[in-house]
Design a protein around this ligand. Structure first.
Ligand SMILES: [Zn+2]
Ligand SMILES: [Zn+2]
Length: 570
């Protein structure tokens, strides 16, 4: 018996111990990944958190900058939270750490590039917060409470994507993180196939795995294929070339820089996110110390056909470099007729309109646009079905739990896992607590989950929060009524009405303002003065009357607020 196994047993298994898994985000959606593993008796479990990410708001969440997971379940249990492990540095896995770690205060474990990215972002916020990040080397191993965690190198679309072999007294769970198989990833090491196979030999109780591409047959192409395509397109381009890509894809940055050099051009970098990632990648050895590029101010110093501009904004973000260039509003860089704009990226579902706007604006300037629909200028970072089949053949888990997917991805992934011989699959949703051990595996409990918003400088709740109110206002507008009554119930002066987001007149041309005033007047007259002392009743009656009068004229019920003040009659 190895020393480590001995230690593991030394932790002891008692009759009441259980191993459970659940998500506070990431099951049933792509984004906002937060997973929890719990070990111990039901009333005294130790918890290990894996990832703490954000997602982007829908159109129905107006004004929210970013969506964060509601952690109230684990905040209540935080004295039993033994650590937070970060699998890789994508925002959907680490984006909530800075905002939400203060409510957890647990140790954080990450490999050097991921730690560097989080710390650099923290520095840019200028906050006094310091995060206790313990750097673990690639393929490193650490202990946190009853969990013995090993980082296993995978391939993806950012440096240092890690799977986690989580050993507990109940057995080994493999948490894949985001992954693909890529023997030639341009930057970093390929996936560690030998280690994955040896984990399979050791015995895997459960695999919790990436479902993003579970509906796509075949294998994902290699990052090296993209590098070749980009080099060819840039070599053939007669004029200025811009390439827009996910800033965090360091391999893509390296490929674009290499194509630029090979074509005798100079790389110009536009966008803060790219400067940040290049800096961290040089520090951690993923780009050479000799990596050279010019800042955007130097654009006009060079002949246009000798430049490649690397830009942020692949998702149509309005303030990013390519959007400002497309609108001809960038302070330093301009593109025009005959120039080429390559989108070396995928449009994340939900961003199609925003990306379309940028591409149309470029087309209006006469710029040629190439996306992954025209040429293989992008590859996915997630496993297609043949790669999933390989993984199941190597690991041979008893249980498969699809994660990182919408409902349809999770369902297809579970079906594929069963076809690969996995005995049990569970497609659970956020908040469902799945007992993995002792047998039989089953959903045994449910925890509260939800969404929070970063709204300006504040974090606000979704249910009954301001974002929900703004959504309602965006559909129906608001009417504000101001009334003054004397103690004896007489109406003092004229009621005031302000309408926002409501049409000015009905179909016959009658002013909506007058319609509201008539409704207020009629209501007040219908209430005898001695009953007007019941302010709440008056307020509600006026509110109902104004809403229904405007509804009759417009066909929509606005939000109505009544401000009622009682004034001493003189
Ligand atoms: Zn990722
Ligand atoms: Zn992800």
């Amino acid at each position: 018996m190895s020393e480590r196994a001995g230690q593991s047993q030394g932790l002891g298994k008692s009759k009441t111990d259980e191993l459970v898994f659940m998500a506070l985000g990431g099951l049933g959606e792509i984004g906002m990944n937060v997973y929890l593993y719990g070990y111990g008796p039901a009333n005294a479990r130790s918890w290990l958190m894996v990832d703490l990410g954000v997602t982007f708001p829908h159109d129905s969440e107006p004004g929210a900058d970013v969506v964060l997971p509601d952690l109230r379940f684990i905040v209540a249990e935080r004295k039993n939270l033994v650590g937070l492990v970060l699998t890789h540095a994508h925002e959907d896995h680490v984006g909530a750490v800075i905002d939400l770690w203060p409510s957890l205060e647990c140790p954080i474990f990450a490999t050097p590039f991921t730690a560097g990215m989080v710390n650099t972002k923290l520095g840019e916020y200028g906050r006094t917060l310091s995060l206790p990040i313990k750097e673990v080397p690639l393929s490193g191993r650490f202990k946190a409470g009853p969990f013995d965690v090993e980082f296993v190198s995978m391939a993806h679309s950012i440096p240092e994507p890690n799977g986690l072999a989580i050993r507990t007294p109940a057995g080994l769970v493999f948490h894949t993180g985001d992954w693909k198989l890529d023997p030639t990833p341009v930057v970093g090491k390929p996936h560690d196939e030998a280690r994955l196979k040896s984990l399979g030999d050791e015995g895997v109780l459960a695999m919790v795995g990436d479902s993003t591409n579970a509906m796509r047959e075949g294998r994902s192409a290699s990052e090296t294929d993209v590098a070749k395509t980009l080099k060819k397109i840039i070599a053939d381009a007669p004029r200025c070339v811009s390439v827009t890509s996910f800033a965090s894809n360091v391999a893509r940055v390296a490929s674009i820089a290499e194509a630029t050099r090979a074509c005798g051009r100079t790389l110009v970098v536009a966008g803060r996110a790219l400067h940040r990632i290049i800096e961290v990648a040089i520090e951690t050895g993923y780009l050479p110390k000799s990596f050279t590029y010019l800042d955007q101010q130097r654009f006009s110093d060079l002949p246009r056909d000798k430049i490649v501009v690397l830009c942020t904004g692949s998702q149509g973000e309005t303030r990013a470099a390519i959007a400002r260039i497309a609108e001809d509003e960038h302070p330093d860089i301009s593109l025009d007729k005959g120039d080429l704009a390559i989108f070396s990226s995928r449009t994340i579902p939900g961003n199609e309109k925003a990306v379309g706007r940028v591409q149309n604006a470029l087309a209006r300037l006469g710029v040629d646009v190439i996306t992954d629909a025209e040429a293989p200028v992008h590859v996915t970072g997630h496993p297609r079905r043949d790669e999933l089949r390989d993984m199941y053949a190597w690991l041979r888990p008893k249980i498969a739990i699809p994660m990182h997917g919408e409902a349809r991805h999770l369902k297809e992934h579970a079906k594929l896992a069963r076809a690969c011989g996995v005995g049990e699959t569970f497609t659970i949703v956020d908040g469902e607590m799945l007992k993995l051990w002792p047998e039989p595996a089953a959903v045994i409990d449910e925890a509260p989950v939800g969404r929070l918003y970063r709204d300006g400088n504040l974090i606000v709740p979704d249910v009954e929060g301001p974002v929900k109110a703004r959504r309602k206002l965006s559909f129906v507008g608001i009417a504000v009524v101001a009334l003054a009554l004397s103690r004896r119930g007489e109406v003092l002066g004229e009621p005031g009405v302000v309408l926002e987001g409501i049409p000015a007149a009905d179909s016959e041309g009658e002013s909506m303002h007058e319609i509201a005033l008539d409704a207020i007047d009629g209501t007040l007259r219908s209430i005898p003065p001695k009953r007007r002392g019941d302010l709440v009743m008056v307020q509600e009656a006026v509110q109902r009357a104004v809403r229904s009068a405007i509804n009759e004229a417009w066909g929509k019920k606005p939000v109505v607020k009544v401000l009622l003040s009682v004034v001493e009659a003189r």
